[in-house]
Design a protein around this ligand. Structure first.
Ligand SMILES: C[S@@+](CC[C@H](N)C(=O)[O-])C[C@H]1O[C@@H](n2cnc3c(N)ncnc32)[C@H](O)[C@@H]1O
Length: 239
């Protein structure tokens, strides 16, 4: 049964996401890392695809550095907030599930930042993400993913992610049996009597670097940088 859990991992709301998930200065640091990787790995020129763009902070910062960016997200509330914050000239927003979409445009690079990889938890979403991105890159185009694998497995090693309730009872976490996927419930969603996933639960995949390598190989993407001490994972569509 757990293997069938395929619902999208949706944020509580744009305001809560931005308040909780964005550290001061992180947008600038992310954009600097992306621009450095585009240069180091000689990305072709062309538009960028910001996958899981949320309220559009990377899109706006990249546009300010001269990039044309398409921001893609499956949550219309996030896109509405991005629209409200302003979509720069040469940029646009696209409502779609990144693991299963099609558009006419091809991209010099696709970006997946701020631990958004964990949202692609099911087999369909995981394999669909990599193959769909590969199809939408120009030859030589890059897929840049923030290295949440190293960060999150460090949390596991430090004992911070395990089955149970937090001391204040406001958080509940449990792994799906036999899997590196877990349910994370918060506040009203916490239910100490229930430790099986329900359709309203958010499910996260604790991707390892090795899993990324497998998914990349399945999609025909080459590994340019897959190192535990690098902030970005860099994959390339073959020329
Ligand atoms: C952790 S947030 C990151 C948002 C933004 N990149 C940022 O750093 O502020 C993850 C985003 O991915 C989006 N998302 C989750 N699953 C998705 C999917 N299958 N297709 C497209 N977007 C998805 C969510 O709606 C959310 O906006």
């Amino acid at each position: 049964m757990p293997l069938d859990h395929d619902q999208l991992n949706i944020e509580r709301d744009p305001e809560t996401h931005d308040a909780e998930a964005i550290q001061p200065g992180a947008t600038e640091a992310d954009v600097a890392a992306v621009r450095a990787a585009l240069k180091t790995f000689t990305a072709p020129s062309g538009p960028l695809l910001d996958i899981g763009c949320g309220t559009g902070r990377h899109l706006r910062a990249l546009a300010a550095s001269g990039h044309a960016v398409v921001g893609l997200d499956c949550d219309q509330r996030m896109l509405d907030a991005a629209e409200q914050a302003g979509v720069p000239t040469d940029c646009r927003l696209l409502a779609a599930d990144a693991s299963d979409f099609s558009c006419d445009e091809h991209f010099a690079a696709a970006l997946l930042l701020n631990r958004s990889l964990v949202c692609f938890h099911s087999h369909r979403m995981a394999t669909g993400l990599f193959s769909t991105v590969a199809k939408h890159l120009v030859p030589g185009g890059l897929f840049l993913i923030d290295n949440c694998c190293t960060e999150l497995w460090n949390e596991v090693a430090n004992g911070n992610y395990s089955n149970g309730l937090s001391g204040d009872g406001c958080q509940q976490l449990f792994f799906l049996p036999g899997e590196n996927r877990f349910v994370w419930r918060r506040d009203d969603a916490v239910d100490p009597e229930n430790w099986t996933p329900s359709p309203s639960d958010r499910i996260y995949r604790l991707w390892s670097l090795g899993e990324v390598a497998l998914a990349a190989a399945g999609a025909g993407l080459a590994l340019c940088c897959l190192s535990s001490d690098s902030p970005l994972i860099v994959l390339r569509r073959q020329e």
